[in-house]
Design a protein around this ligand. Sequence first.
Ligand code: NA7
Length: 555
Amino acid sequence: MESGDGTALNSQKVEDGVGVPSGGSSVPAFDVIVIGAGFAGLYALKRLRDLGYSVLVCEAGSDVGGVWYWNRYPGARCDVESLQYSYSFSKELEQEWEWSERYASQPEILRYLNHVADRFELRRDIRFQTRVESAIYDESHGGWTLSLNGNQTTKASFCVMASGGLSVPRLPDIPGIDHFAGKIYHTGQWPHEPVDFTGIRVGVIGTGSSGIQVIPKVAAQASKLVVFQRTANFSVPARNAPLSPEVQRAWKAIYHEYRARARQVGTIYEVSEKRTFDVTEEERQREYQRRWDKGGVNVIQSFRDVMVDKSANDVIADFVRARIRATVKDTSTAEALCPVGYPLGAKRICVDTDYFETYNRPNVELVDLKKNPISRVDANGVATTGGYHELDALICATGYDALTGALLNIDIRGRGGMTLRQKWSQGPRNYLGLMTGGFPNMFIVTGPGSPSVLANVVVGIEHHIEWIADCINFLRANGVRTIEATPQAEDRWVEHVNKAANKTLFPLANSWWLGANVPGKPRVFMPYVVKFGHYRRECQQAADNGYEGFALGAN
Ligand code: NA7
């Protein structure tokens, strides 16, 4: 853990609403407890505190930032453009903050979030190094009792789960990994002090977005880098560059227009109205190439049918494979790096800087685990069925128990003592992604059943927090104590989210969106695949109709 930041909990401290378990009090210590101090938790605190509610944010880390606090690996960078991946709630903040690059690096995003915390004086209501271990609903009083760090409790009328979709890192379950004598790192739990790989032999397991970002950086330092790839990924060049003051000024002059558009589409890309086969082969290739040269994930938007028509997807996938073959000099390495067997975009497309070029370095070796799976790790390295690789350090870029992991890691118990784990044993069930029946007054931010990670997640967060704040206002204004999803609304929603996904190519890959990266996790496509504006309207309509689909109660 980090060194203390002066806000560590004092188990004797009760006057602020957090204390040793007492068991007796029926008075919630806070109106709202927010779990997590990343983008979502910070805005939840700001919004709800401005509305006059007493709010406590509990954060396991020693400072703000959420995923941007933990992911400090070299090369960590957001793949949504910085002018979009930022809050819109404060015009002043929007104007005063200067982004230095087209895509912001992790340190810059963390600086931004620290600035937000300071500017709006958020830290005074955040408890760092405070892990919420359980949240138990109290039916007699209609509120939640939370246990913190195993030795304290607090109470609240409402819980806002801002615990993040990518906050539970997964280490690979490989025999012998515990016996490795060198250091093992996970990209999602990177040390705070710089790690120097100069002159040593390093292995990287995993070639998702994190692996693809860290690999070129480590390759530039290590004497030898061995990349263990299970599934080759589609990746497009970022073409990151300094953000010119002119571009920034022009964007800020009409920020409100961009933000309004983002509220409809999530992330603003150059969208095409044409379908792949509406145009000639020559025009199609020109369009792919134009977007490839521009950089970023907007390559997927080349034609509007890429994610719904397999034959359209095959053509653009061929284009990307041709770029890989043109970049990587060794033909068998190039072939191994070409993604096959699933549609482009059905796993989160990666955005890289010099990823494929890195394989032309003499100190980099690709090990194709599809051909030769890892059999064991021992003190000195990694054995596959095809050979042995001596290593001094191992980097696991092996991803997360995404979207549901952080929620299910907390022992959440609703009505009748039902656990969230039991309720979601066959996959997440909720209405609008926001609330689940039997767990009153517990709101989920950008979780399963909402567009979440398929949209610009900051846009999703702002929308959810505003909906939640309006909902709490409504309940308080109308003397309603509890709200939860009805079983009927929930059933309809789960079916609707599934149907929406099944109309697309998204479920055709073993992605973390589908829970496929975690053995035993139910295979359910979790994000809601629609235009963000459509989802907003569905949420708004429910609220306008007196929170239709939700049961309002006395406790
Ligand atoms: P991802 O995208 O889940 O990638 C994890 C990678 O690790 C992926 O290539 C996996 O292969 C690989 N992996 C996982 N477990 C193993 C084992 N046991 N052996 C070998 N390889 C393994 O996580 P990231 O952190 O890169 O990115 C997460 C999101 O953050 C990203 O989508 C962006 O939204 C930002 P697999 O594909 O499962 O075969």
